[in-house]
Design a binder for this molecule. Structure first.
Ligand SMILES: Cc1cc2nc3c(=O)[nH]c(=O)nc-3n(C[C@H](O)[C@H](O)[C@H](O)COP(=O)(O)OP(=O)(O)OC[C@H]3O[C@@H](n4cnc5c(N)ncnc54)[C@H](O)[C@@H]3O)c2cc1C
Length: 402
């Protein structure tokens, strides 16, 4: 067979990540001739590195409220039609052992490699052709309604083209802006992109104040722009990270207020009043050191609760002082300067505007036969398996429709 002869397909999928593989196997199961074009030397690289190598492949609590998008309704239909339980059914059919870590987050017991193998086995069984290390040199839509790809593996064509190129995060893993370029070329709006689920950086005196605390971790509730997340915060060499910070990073932009409640689940003033009543002779710093890491409590007292308050017995603190201290502990104002950017971000916020897409099929409203799925679309999930669930659900929707 010549390259051109076997280049005729029903569906071409650009990008062999989570969404692309799910779309390909779904369309293949419907009897369609499907090819996946992946420019990296292997498919599913982000799946492999996800969840610390164990892939947090879904979240049993998935709901549209766990996603950011200019149109919060867009993700509803696909998520409702392909739920976490559909994916779990496939995982179990492939005998992949899994466990729930916390908050509905499901991980492989052994390795994320098993998820990639499962998707590849399903693609194989459905007759999907996968081209890795395959660069696309040109994309065109011909008058006969077929999309033509000129690639380093020869020419390929199909009446349906699914763009599943992902976002810009972790360029070293194969991320490119190709999906956005294609969208623009076909007349689609691409909403501004930025790094999400990413550590925040501090600078100047704000970084100096954290000097020596790198590695310290404590539970916080992070608040910004009307959203809040309770989980661990980790102090890093450059700023702050940990799940609570990664989550809030998707809602925060430089210049926005960011407050951290250092006693999550407690009213700070009531907590201080209780401590004062129970332990009137104890110093504030001692009391705080029992509620959070000692080094952190010390620094908090030195920098944010200066004066002699922290070394005074609790009974000497008057109501106004207690209130002021509670204000700091309950809403610790942290001035972050930026984020670590796409280099370490788990996701890309923004992307192909959903206004131009069908929420039922993921097909372009402008150009028939063109589909956008996964992270390239302006739908971004929280930390905790929600991004893969969107990749599976949107991939499935397009795979059923294409
Ligand atoms: C370190 C890390 C850990 C993560 N952990 C989790 C987790 O545990 N749970 C979770 O839900 N989410 C996690 N995510 C997010 C998740 O990986 C993504 O949201 C998801 O992979 C998006 O799927 P996708 O198919 O849209 O894009 P991707 O998986 O990024 O796939 C896009 C594919 O397109 C290919 N491509 C790009 N440009 C071209 C081109 N020009 N030609 C051909 N191919 C191209 C890429 O090489 C890639 O293979 C993590 C992300 C990172 C970076």
């Amino acid at each position: 067979m010549t390259a051109v002869a076997h280049g005729h397909h029903d569906v071409l999928v650009v990008g062999g990540g989570a969404a692309g593989l799910m779309c390909a196997l779904t369309a293949g199961q419907r009897g369609l001739r499907v090819a996946v074009v992946e420019h990296a030397n292997r498919v599913g690289k982000k799946i492999l590195m996800s969840g610390g190598g164990r892939c947090n492949f879904t979240n049993t609590g998935t709901s549209p409220a766990n996603y950011l998008s200019a149109n919060p309704h867009y993700c509803k239909s696909a998520l409702a039609r392909y739920t976490p339980w559909h994916f779990i059914e496939m995982v179990e059919r492939h005998r992949i052992a899994w466990h729930e870590k916390e908050l509905g987050q499901l991980f492989c017991d052994v390795s994320s490699k098993l998820i990639v193998k499962m998707l590849l086995d399903e693609c194989d069984a459905a007759g999907v052709r996968i081209h890795t290390s395959c660069a696309i040199e040109r994309v065109s839509l011909d008058d006969d309604g077929r999309y033509r790809l000129k690639t380093t593996h020869g020419d390929m064509s199909a009446p349906r083209l699914v763009v599943a190129c992902g976002g810009l995060s972790i360029p070293s893993m194969g991320a490119t802006g190709f999906g956005y370029e294609l969208a623009r070329r076909f007349g689609h709006e691409v909403l501004p992109t930025r790094a999400g689920l990413v550590p925040l950086t501090l600078s100047g005196k704000h970084l100096e104040r954290m000097d020596g605390l790198s590695g310290v971790s404590l539970p916080v509730t992070a608040h910004s722009n009307g959203q809040s997340f309770t989980n661990a915060m980790l102090v890093t060499h450059r700023g702050i990270s940990g799940p609570a910070i990664l989550q809030i990073s998707s809602y925060w932009q430089p210049g926005d207020a960011l407050h951290l409640d250092l006693l999550p689940g407690e009213d700070a003033l009531e907590w201080l009043q209780r401590q004062q009543a129970a332990r009137p002779a104890a110093e504030l710093q001692t009391v705080l050191s029992e509620a959070m890491p000692k080094r952190f409590a010390q620094r908090l007292c030195e920098v944010w609760l200066p004066g002699r308050a922290s070394h005074r017995p609790m009974r000497q603190l008057d109501p106004a002082q207690l209130k002021a201290i509670a204000g700091i502990i309950g809403a610790w104002p942290l001035v972050a300067s930026g984020t670590e950017g796409y280099r370490t971000a788990e996701v890309t916020l923004g992307g192909v505007d959903t206004d131009g897409l069908s929420s039922q099929t993921m097909e372009s409203r402008r150009v028939p036969g063109l589909y956008f799925i996964g992270e390239v679309v302006d739908v971004t999930g929280w930390l905790g398996g929600y991004n893969f669930q969107w990749a599976w659900a949107s991939g499935h929707a397009a795979g059923m429709a294409a």
